[in-house]
Design a protein around this ligand. Sequence first.
Ligand SMILES: Nc1nc2c([nH]c(=O)n2[C@H]2C[C@H](O)[C@@H](COP(=O)(O)OP(=O)(O)OP(=O)(O)O)O2)c(=O)[nH]1
Length: 137
Amino acid sequence: MKVIRVVAAVIKAANEQGEPMIFATQRGYGDLKGGWEFPGGKIEEGETPKEALKREIMEELDTEIKVGKLIDTIEYDYPAFHLSMDCFWCEIVKGELVLKEHEAARWLTREQLGEVEWLPADVTLIEKVGDEMIQHS
Ligand SMILES: Nc1nc2c([nH]c(=O)n2[C@H]2C[C@H](O)[C@@H](COP(=O)(O)OP(=O)(O)OP(=O)(O)O)O2)c(=O)[nH]1
């Protein structure tokens, strides 16, 4: 099966109460349109995962990020391809997260993680993100 290598940014910030929140985006096109995910995309030839992620977030959200620790590498079989996705904790360096390709976006606290319909590959990641949001708070 064809393997697609993807990188995704779990962008974290604190709300007014100091609670951690993460930034989720809704896919605006394609087979998985309407599903919620973390912004990012395919790694291009010659790029490291971190370089690819910085490029994708600039393209999709007009924002510069700092890429931190790897959270997990998700391996998931979609009907048409195998997804291998590196997911990193990220922080905003500069920019306003302008939605250039996505349909919608939400900042979610740990308690709100279940309020959106995540893409199938993201479901196991969400559990880990939620656990780490407690440890980081
Ligand atoms: N960015 C991102 N992609 C995800 C997540 N979960 C998940 O299954 N995917 C899948 C959806 C896509 O098939 C692939 C990401 O590649 P992409 O964003 O470049 O997708 P695309 O199909 O729109 O590609 P393209 O037309 O722009 O080349 O990974 C996620 O959390 N973030």
